[in-house]
Design a protein around this ligand. Structure first.
Ligand code: GLC
Length: 423
């Protein structure tokens, strides 16, 4: 043992993040079960199954739109020209982080007007100050929301540690319109709201086919899909809010993280998979290996976990106040980072398999793409490979029919498509 590191503890921590084949298949089956329960009676499923009031685009959509992408680490506003034929161009981009050293627009101390004024400020940049030309805005709002049309959405509950008061239970496009008017942009009309998973699926379907499942793997995590309702009503994309899936076996680090989160008991799947939490789980597990108090090892970013896999643990651990381990101990720290990431990928793959089984019904899984957007998926090749392996494990030869496609910037393109469809 050196630097307080205990190898027996390290092996136990690594094992706590392991999902064996049987448990993986059981998770995928439970996920399918919750989809099917949720379609019948939402109260008995851990999936919210929220209607989006849109199906897929046909690729012919055209026109100029503003796209606001709000719900991750950065807010992005883009002016997008849809050209039809699955083509588009970005005319202007504006972006800013929601939190930095000098401000935090996600905290419970932020008045809601300040948050929406911040969004309106970015619209101002993307519009180059043009307060005259009429412009329709599509809003990708990446939180669980209730809709009765594509036009607006009522926030049910904040997730991803957002805590701004006075927004839960409110219509977000109405709040945004008020802020735009306050900023002199009465010419910009928010005409559609979509979840980011829905936006990604719209964006993918605009340029590729067949694709029926959309997912975000970033700060947060969630999956949506196109439900056919067995032909009894028109097809519609349902936002499952799969981050709230709860038929899981959390370990002690999951439970410690959940207990100190903004919303204990909520979003258990998300807290085991998404970028907002992976580095925190790792820090908690390292504290156990080192015999340190909880909260004494600074939280890692998901990118740092990936860096540990590619470059070794020593340097990155040093930045988190951990030094002087032996070669074998650094290797154990690397194996632990790999275990945290691999579990995340396996759970996401289980959701994909459960959704594919639901789509197939009693028939065969059809060849298709699954559209995924998000920095965690895009920037951590290990996760892409681990999802692939888990799909092979779950689906066998059927996995060859499935392509998991990375749809970069799908959240913004999907918002523009939603604005177009909303007419
Ligand atoms: C959280 C939100 C969900 C969103 C996901 C990805 O899970 O509740 O709506 O899709 O993060 O951003």
């Amino acid at each position: 043992m050196s630097g307080g590191w205990d190898s027996v503890r390290a092996q136990a921590a690594e094992a706590a993040f392991c999902i064996r084949a049987g448990e993986l298949a059981q998770t995928a089956a439970s996920f399918r079960f919750d989809i099917e329960q949720g379609l019948k009676n939402k109260d008995v499923s851990s999936l919210r199954m929220l209607p989006s009031y849109t199906a897929l685009p046909d690729g012919g959509e055209q026109g100029d739109f503003l796209a606001l992408d709000f719900g991750g680490t950065n807010v992005r506003v883009q002016r997008i020209r849809l050209l039809g034929g699955g083509k588009w161009e970005i005319l202007k981009k504006a972006a800013a982080p929601l939190r930095c050293a000098v401000y935090d627009f996600t905290s419970q101390d932020t008045p809601r007007e300040e948050l929406f004024d911040f969004l309106a400020g970015l619209v101002d940049s993307a519009m180059d100050g043009d307060t005259k030309t009429p412009c329709r805005l599509g809003h990708t709002f990446s939180f669980p929301s209730e809709q009765d049309s594509l036009k607006d959405a009522k926030l049910i509950i904040w997730t991803k540690e957002f805590a701004v008061p006075g927004v839960e239970g409110e219509y977000v496009n109405a709040l945004l319109s008020e802020a735009l008017v306050r900023h002199g942009f009465a010419n910009v009309k928010p005409v559609a709201v979509v979840n980011d998973t829905v936006a990604v699926l719209l964006a993918a379907a605009y340029c590729m086919s067949p694709v029926f499942i959309g997912s975000i793997y970033a700060t947060g995590h969630n999956v949506c899909y196109l439900e056919s309702f067995e032909g009894k009503q028109p097809k519609m994309i349902l936002n499952m809010e799969s981050g709230g899936f709860s038929k899981l076996i959390p370990n002690e680090y999951d439970n410690a993280l959940d207990a100190r989160s903004e919303k204990p008991g909520e979003q258990r799947m998300e807290k085991m998979t998404s970028g907002r939490y992976l580095g925190e789980l790792y820090a908690l597990a390292l504290e156990y290996c080192l015999g340190r108090e909880k909260g004494t090892v600074p939280v890692f970013s998901a990118a740092e976990l990936s860096g540990i896999l590619s470059d070794g643990a020593e340097n990155i651990l040093h930045f988190h106040g951990i030094d002087g381990l032996s070669k074998e101990e650094y290797e154990e720290a690397e194996a632990l980072a790999e275990a945290v990431l691999r579990r995340s990928a396996r759970l996401v793959a289980a959701e994909f398999a459960g959704t594919l089984w639901h789509l197939a019904g009693s028939g065969m899984i059809l060849p298709q793409s699954i559209a995924v957007d998000g920095s965690v998926y895009e920037k951590i090749p290990f996760l892409q490979a681990a999802i692939h392996d888990a799909l092979v494990e779950l689906l066998g030869s059927d996995s060859r029919k499935i392509t998991v496609a990375c749809v970069k910037d799908g959240s913004a393109l999907g918002a523009a498509i939603a604005a177009c469809i909303s007419e």
